[in-house]
Design a protein. Structure first.
Length: 312
């Protein structure tokens, strides 16, 4: 069962059941909205002996795929512990006809060649074979070129799904051979349902700042979002300093900024105090600046000083 993305579910069910699926898709959209889960569910539907898409099924193929999905986390840990051993770079194979490549090692040329080799032998179940490449943008140029050949000459009923939050980083030659499908962030209700399913408790305010993404919720929780929000609401300089200076990487500082910016934006809207215009504009510039390789301490200090001056 997939929560959200109902249009895509209906569309793919229609395409698959009428035999009009293309052989390669890029699923793009921000992290944490279920693109990979969607790809794996579509894969299960294609391999299902009863042809059931996006609905529960207990045919032998679906059982095999689901059992392997539950075990995959354990195997991931084993693989992690055996980096130098024979498991290095081994792709996760869910059932003989479904591959998930989702670790940097999986996206190396050796693994891609392995898969291409496997695809040349006939399938185990129905005719379909499915390959899901998560974070496909992490593929190096060599691996991408090897993969490109398979995309140009797909063998039999093979479906490739490239999952990516940064599709611009894929080679243009790969992009031009895939159909792109953009996934929207989850709406608030769906996000809440997903979080309940994975047993994550959140308060309402956190949901407002999550931008429809489960990963964003996890980041905000690491950040002590509630503390930061309270510091902003009460103009606590000490609290703000603590949040800003405890960010120990540019990514974490960007997360702090992602909370500060909308808060001060709404402060401006409610007070119409012009000091906040200058602050918001500064913070917007910093969002861009943090994407370049700036000095973390200087960036933190800049943000803190600007806020402190505004609140004086
Ligand atoms: Zn089934």
């Amino acid at each position: 069962m997939i929560l959200g993305h109902t249009k895509q579910q209906a569309m793919f069910k229609r395409l698959a059941t009428t035999g009009r699926l293309s052989h390669a898709y890029i699923f793009s959209g921000i992290d944490g909205i279920g693109k990979r889960t969607f790809a794996m569910e579509l894969a299960r539907g294609l391999l299902c002996s009863d042809g059931k898409f996006f609905e529960p099924c207990d045919c032998p193929m679906c059982k095999l795929v689901l059992r392997d999905q539950q075990e995959s986390d354990t195997r991931r840990v084993e693989r992690e512990a055996d980096k130098k051993g024979e498991n290095k770079g081994k792709k996760l194979r869910f059932c003989p006809d479904l591959y998930l490549l989702d670790e940097p090692d999986d996206l190396r040329i050796e693994s891609i060649r392995d898969i291409i080799g496997d695809l040349s032998v006939s399938s185990y179940g129905n005719d379909w074979r499915v390959v899901v490449l998560d974070n496909a943008h992490d593929m190096g140029v060599e691996a991408a070129n090897a993969f490109l050949k398979t995309l140009e000459e797909p063998s039999g009923e093979t479906l490739f799904m490239l999952v990516s939050s940064q599709p611009d980083r894929l080679l243009p030659t790969i992009r031009s051979r895939c159909l792109n499908l953009d996934f929207e962030p989850l709406d608030k209700n769906t996000l809440l349902m997903v979080l309940r399913k994975v047993k994550i408790n959140v308060n309402e305010v956190l949901l407002d700042y999550a931008g429809g993404s489960v990963s964003r919720i996890q980041l905000l929780r690491q950040l002590d979002f509630t503390g930061l929000k309270a510091s902003i609401d009460t103009n606590s300089i000490e609290g703000l300093a603590k949040s800003i200076f405890s960010a120990d990487s540019l990514d974490k500082l960007a997360d702090v900024l992602a909370v500060l910016l909308p808060c001060y934006m709404s402060r401006y809207k409610s007070t119409l105090d012009v000091r906040y215009v200058s602050l918001v504009s500064y913070l917007e510039t910093m969002v861009q600046t943090l994407k370049t390789n700036v000095n973390l301490n200087l960036a933190s200090l800049g943000i803190f000083t600007k806020i402190a001056e505004t609140l004086k």
